[in-house]
Design a binder for this molecule. Structure first.
Ligand SMILES: Cc1cc2nc3c(=O)[nH]c(=O)nc-3n(C[C@H](O)[C@H](O)[C@H](O)COP(=O)(O)OP(=O)(O)OC[C@H]3O[C@@H](n4cnc5c(N)ncnc54)[C@H](O)[C@@H]3O)c2cc1C
Length: 380
């Protein structure tokens, strides 16, 4: 159900991703979560269907699709597992940064293998001392001939240890956003190491580790764009990343709602099925309505980014905030509607709640989304 009537090709893209999620992701999602297994083989299969470089140019092996297509894909994949879909989103975001800001030689060198996911990309902005205030990052890159020498650490990096390329924001100049540059750091760069896999509430099907640079040597040829534009590159990546994460929340929450509908048709209390109680029907109605509102906002923001509207950043921030808050609320409500069974892992709802919680925190917290929206409303 959607307010939008999608053209046939977008319906086909969504169906392709839905089938993949139903066949290759959903049956394993609980097991991957429990074992903390990162299913790189399945991600590569997704890449074989064009989902490794969704909005990368076709010339370099990408699918050349739009942000709206991507939102449909990430929402559909998240019906199977939001965590796996979200990692694919981060990989796509990092690959797009290379496509958009890299030179022709860099695009040729990195993108075909990223689109096939023979190489996997991670996005390294956050540091132990700077999260929301990302422009105060302190990882330094000192120029020595045709190399940069990096020192510092990145915190909470999704896919770290498993990824092949780390699109990393480093300080090459003055304090603040204008002193930041972006480097593509290969996994085998000397002086690169990783912290232990963090133990966390959800998102267990992908590793989260610190990335550590100790006199780490990276060729100058791996810098994206000029020195000093790294913060702009990082923020441009996040506009799309935020839409994708919002889409992952929509898909996860929709799966939780679908599970509730099936469960409530079966489960009896006081002589009738749960879905016959009007109080509970109203809750279902509100869940469906709020998800649909979030979907409309998110698709609209994706279309706005596709057009390059001047307010696309604000609309992406609005959509990320609203879709991730709504997604978490709906999933949590679905857990409640399952009663005690919702709290058991085998029903799959508590995993969705755990997974969606972090979407309110990463790719910019939902407080920072409000900062971005408010900046456009209030002068000064
Ligand atoms: C599982 C996981 C995966 C992640 N993956 C990645 C990744 O792949 N790459 C990457 O670079 N980062 C990643 N992150 C990091 C994530 O983006 C940061 O955690 C997030 O940006 C918040 O930064 P912080 O944790 O330092 O919190 P802080 O910035 O310290 O914020 C703490 C609290 O203060 C609030 N706050 C801060 N400043 C303001 C303000 N001006 N106004 C109002 N409220 C404010 C925040 O909203 C938050 O509630 C990941 C995080 C997690 C948990």
């Amino acid at each position: 159900m959607t307010l939008f009537t999608l053209p046939e090709d977008q319906v086909a893209i969504r169906e392709m991703a839905r089938s993949f999620a139903a066949e290759r992701i959903a049956p394993h999602a609980l097991d991957w979560d429990e074992r903390k297994h990162f299913p790189l083989d399945v991600l590569r299969e997704a890449a074989g269907l064009g989902m490794g470089g969704i909005y990368i140019s076709e010339e370099h092996g990408g699918s050349g699709l739009t942000r709206l297509d991507a939102a449909l894909i990430f929402e559909a994949l998240s019906l199977g597992c939001p965590t796996v879909a979200a990692f694919l989103s981060i990989h796509n975001m990092a690959a797009w940064m290379i496509d958009k800001f890299g030179s022709a030689a860099q695009r040729e060198r990195f993108l075909p293998s990223l689109c096939r996911m023979d190489a996997v990309a991670a996005y390294c902005l956050t540091e132990p001392g700077s999260g929301s205030d990302a422009a105060s990052l302190r990882t330094t890159a000192r120029r020595e001939g045709d190399h940069y020498v990096l020192n510092g650490a990145k915190q909470f990096i999704s896919g770290a240890g498993a990824a092949d390329l780390y699109v990393t924001m480093v300080r090459t100049g003055e304090a603040g956003p204008k002193g930041i540059s972006t480097l593509v750091v290969p996994a085998d760069a000397p002086g690169l190491s990783f912290g232990p896999n963090e133990r966390k509430m959800g998102w267990n099907a992908q590793p989260t580790r610190a990335v550590i640079f100790e006199e780490c040597r990276v060729p100058v040829a791996n810098r994206l764009g000029e020195e000093g534009i790294g913060f702009r590159i990082a923020m441009a990546g996040l506009d799309g990343g935020r839409l994708n994460i919002g889409a992952c929340s929509l898909g996860g929450a929709q799966a939780a709602l679908d599970k509730s509908l099936a469960y409530m048709a079966e489960r009896k209390a006081f002589g009738k099925s749960l879905d016959a109680f009007q109080a509970l029907q109203f809750r279902l109605a509100d869940m469906a309505t709020e998800l649909e509102a979030a979907r409309a906002l998110l698709y609209g923001a994706a279309a706005s980014l596709d057009r390059g509207d001047p307010d696309a950043t604000q609309r992406s921030a609005m959509a990320k905030r609203f879709a991730t808050d709504t997604g978490f609320r709906v999933a949590n409500e679905a857990l409640q509607l399952h009663g005690g069974y919702g709290y058991l892992s085998e029903y799959g709802v508590e995993k969705i709640v755990r997974d969606l919680r972090v979407h309110q925190i990463l790719e910019g917290t939902n407080e920072i989304m409000r900062v971005i929206v408010a900046r456009g409303l209030v002068a000064g």
